[in-house]
Design a protein around this ligand. Structure first.
Ligand code: FAD
Length: 330
C-alpha cells in the first residue's frame, strides 16, 4: 500500500542507515508504525554481509545473552509466521543437529526455541562429545532480503544507494536516525569496538546430501556447518577475528569441505557453485540504544556478530518501541 503524499507530510521522518538484514527488518517495523522511512545503503544489497550468510537461527559471536535470548525468541516466532504464510520470504524450518566437542557445550540459546532434545551418545559423530536436536528457521538471503525491500516499498518507504562519510551528515535532516550500518559503524560514528570477523562459505548443489536438515559442529572457531536452503546448500565455514580480507582462500575451503564431508559423506559429489566471503560485524555486545547528539535523536542497532539473522526481528521490535517513545505515534 503506497502512503499518500499528505501522510508523508505529517509523518515523523526517519533515515535507516544500512540495508542488511538489520536495517531492512528495522525499516519494516518503523514503517508499520507510520513513520516516513528512507533506507540508505553504500552497496547493492547482494554485496552486503547479510547476503553472504547461511543463514540459520543460531547465535554465534554475539552478546549479551540476556538480551539476545528474547530477541532470538521474537525472531523465531516471526519466522514461523513467515514460513507458514509467506513463501516469497524464503524462510523454512529445518531440523538442526548441533554437535559440540568436549568443554564447548552451551545450550543457553536453545531456551529461545520452543523445545530441544539431547541426542543419544550412540548417534554422535566420533569427535563429538554432545549433540542436540531442535527445529530452527533458515532464511534464504536470496529471497529474504528482496522480500524485505518489497515490503518496505509496499509500505511507502524507499531504499536508496548512498554512501555516508559520517553520521553527522544527516543531522537535522530527519526526526530520527537509525544506525544499522553493521561494520560501517567503525567509521560512520567512530566505534573502535566494532571489528570484522571474516567468514567464508561455499555454495553447492547437492540434492542427495541435503536431507532438509542443518548440521553444525562447533570446534572452537573452526566451525563446520551444512545449511540446506531453497534449492542449494551453504557449506561453511571460517571465523577469523579482526580479518577484513574478502578474497576467497582455497585452503580454507578445502579444509571445511572435508569436515562437512565427514559429517555428511554424500557431499563428496556436491557441485561447487560459488565462493562467498563476508565480514561479520563483531562487537563485544550488540549496541541497541538511543543517543542524542546536538539535538539529533539517533537509535543505534549494530554489532550483531554472527547472529544478525537470529535476532533481527527482536532488535527491530526494540527499535520500534524506542522510536515510539521518541517521536510518538504518528
Ligand atoms: C559466512 C557468514 C555466515 C553467517 N551465518 C549466519 C547464520 O547462520 N545466522 C545468523 O544469524 N547470522 C549469520 N551471519 C551473520 C550475519 O550475516 C550478520 O550478523 C548480519 O548480516 C549483520 O547484518 P547488518 O545488517 O548489521 O550488516 P550488513 O549486512 O553488513 O549491512 C550493513 C549495511 O550498512 C550499510 N553501510 C555501512 N556503512 C555505510 C555508510 N558509510 N554509508 C551508507 N551505508 C553504509 C551497508 O551498505 C549495508 O547496507 C553470518 C555471516 C557470515 C559472514
Amino acid at each position: 500500500m503506497e502512503m499518500s503524499a499528505s501522510a508523508h507530510a505529517t509523518s515523523p521522518t526517519a533515515y535507516v542507515i544500512g540495508a542488511g538484514v538489520i536495517g531492512l527488518t528495522t525499516a519494516v517495523r518503523l514503517l508499520e508504525l507510520g513513520l516516513d522511512v528512507t533506507v540508505l545503503t553504500r552497496e547493492p544489497i547482494e554485496e552486503t554481509t547479510s547476503h553472504v550468510a547461511g543463514a540459520y537461527w543460531h547465535p554465534f559471536a554475539v552478546a549479551p545473552k540476556d538480551r539476545v535470548l528474547p530477541w532470538a525468541r521474537i525472531t523465531y516466532r516471526v519466522s514461523q509466521a513467515l514460513a507458514d504464510h509467506t513463501p516469497a520470504a524464503g524462510v523454512a524450518f529445518r531440523t538442526l543437529y548441533k554437535y559440540y566437542s568436549k568443554d564447548e557445550v552451551h545450550t543457553w540459546w536453545m531456551h529461545a526455541a520452543p523445545s530441544y532434545e539431547q541426542l543419544p551418545a550412540s548417534t554422535l559423530p566420533a569427535t563429538a562429545a554432545a549433540g542436540y536436536q531442535l527445529t530452527v528457521p533458515v532464511m534464504d538471503s536470496r529471497y529474504f532480503l528482496p522480500y524485505l525491500v518489497a515490503q518496505i516499498r509496499a509500505l511507502g518507504g524507499r531504499v536508496e544507494q548512498r554512501t555516508l562519510q559520517h553520521l553527522e551528515e544527516l543531522h537535522g535532516t530527519a526526526d530520527l536516525l537509525v544506525n544499522c550500518s553493521g561494520l560501517g559503524a567503525a567509521t560512520l560514528n567512530g566505534d573502535a569496538t566494532v571489528q570484522p570477523i571474516r567468514g567464508q562459505v561455499l555454495r553447492v548443489k547437492a540434492p542427495e546430501a541435503m536431507e532438509r536438515a542443518v548440521v553444525s559442529f562447533d570446534k572452537g572457531w573452526r566451525k563446520t556447518y551444512i545449511v540446506p536452503r531453497t534449492d542449494d546448500c551453504i557449506l561453511g565455514g571460517t571465523a577469523d577475528a579482526a580479518d577484513a580480507d574478502t578474497t576467497a582462500r582455497p585452503a580454507d575451503v578445502e579444509a571445511f569441505v572435508e569436515r562437512c564431508i565427514q559429517l555428511r559423506p554424500a557431499l563428496q559429489d556436491a557441485e561447487w557453485l560459488e565462493h562467498r566471503v563476508g565480514l561479520r560485524p563483531g562487537r563485544p555486545e550488540i549496541r541497541l540504544e538511543t543517543e542524542h547528539v546536538a539535538g539529533q535523536a539517533i537509535i543505534h542497532n549494530y554489532g550483531h556478530g554472527g547472529a544478525g539473522y537470529t535476532v533481527c526481528w527482536g532488535c527491530a521490535a526494540s527499535v520500534a518501541a524506542a522510536a515510539l517513545r521518541l517521536v510518538g505515534a504518528p
